[in-house]
Design a protein around this ligand. Structure first.
Ligand code: NDP
Length: 245
């Protein structure tokens, strides 16, 4: 695989979880990283200094992806600092799990604002601001293939992300490829928080490896999709779930 030297990569929601690990791995492969975050400023700044410690290049920029004006500033500030953006990784996301009957209007709006409007806002900016021959990697979920109670609203947001991915891949042109990945359950706060161990064990037993994913199971796939070697993969959704579904 070619490395990511000279690529500038914007990762949304990179202060914690999968996004932070993706930032570190892509930096190790030579990319310059924009660590976007919404609220976790200390974590984002710590990540930037860790990347610099290993010889990488990164900056952190605060922006709530659900806010169009903040996303515009995020793109403009990134381009002002690094001169371009080659790759957009739309990782920022939230998950609210409730039966549909118990889901409030606020739950619904919050979930769609971050997961769908957030991706929409960044794609709209990327349409004119992402460099020619760039790449976009959006985050969906394996939940969409499982039909699990309590994941209705979350799954609906990610189904929308998959459709935005496919349509945008045919709109943007300029040699940009656009794909989504669907991680299975992965060991981060988003997945683990509030879950009894028995639930985690049951989900782990649903793939032939008998474990949930670790963040580095995901980062290597993102690194590949960000590389020029993945150029002929376009408009696809790729399951990264150990064979769960
Ligand atoms: P975490 O909860 O660990 O991290 C979420 C990240 O998103 C944080 O860095 C957070 O930043 C950021 N974020 C949240 N809201 C916003 C916002 N409005 N604007 C900008 N950034 C925001 O989640 P994961 O790492 O587990 O998940 C990453 C992605 O992977 C999500 O899209 C998720 O849906 C998807 N996914 C995760 C799976 C899992 O099992 N973990 C499985 C399948 C998909 P801050 O703290 O600064 O607010």
């Amino acid at each position: 695989m070619k490395n990511l030297n000279n690529k500038v990569i914007l990762i949304t929601g990179a202060s914690r979880g999968i996004g932070a690990e993706v930032a570190t791995e892509l930096a190790k492969q030579g990319a310059k990283i924009i660590v976007n975050y919404a609220g976790s400023k200390p974590e984002a700044e710590k990540l930037v200094s860790q990347i610099k410690t290993i010889g990488g290049d990164a900056i952190s920029i605060q922006a709530d992806v659900s806010k169009p004006a903040e996303v515009k500033l995020l793109f403009n500030a990134s381009i002002k600092y690094y001169g371009k953006i080659d790759v957009l990784v739309n990782n920022a996301g939230i998950m609210i799990t409730k039966f549909i009957k118990d889901t409030s209007d606020n739950d619904f709006t919050k979930q769609f604002d971050v997961n769908v409007r957030g991706v929409f806002n960044t794609l709209r900016e990327a349409a004119t601001k992402l460099a020619d021959n760039g790449s976009i990697i959006n985050f969906s979920t394996t939940v969409n293939r499982l039909i699990l109670p309590t994941y209705g609203t979350y799954a609906a947001t990610k189904a929308a992300v998959e459709q935005l991915t496919k349509v945008f891949s045919k709109e943007i042109g300029r040699g940009v490829n656009v794909n989504s990945i669907s991680p299975g359950p992965t060991n981060t706060e988003l997945f683990v928080k509030g879950k009894p161990q028995e639930v985690i064990d049951r989900l782990a037993s649903m793939n032939p490896y008998g474990r949930i994913g670790e963040t580095d199971d995901i980062t290597s796939i993102v690194a590949f999709l960000a590389s020029d070697d993945a150029k002929w993969i376009n408009a696809q959704n790729i399951g990264v779930n150990g064979g769960m579904a």
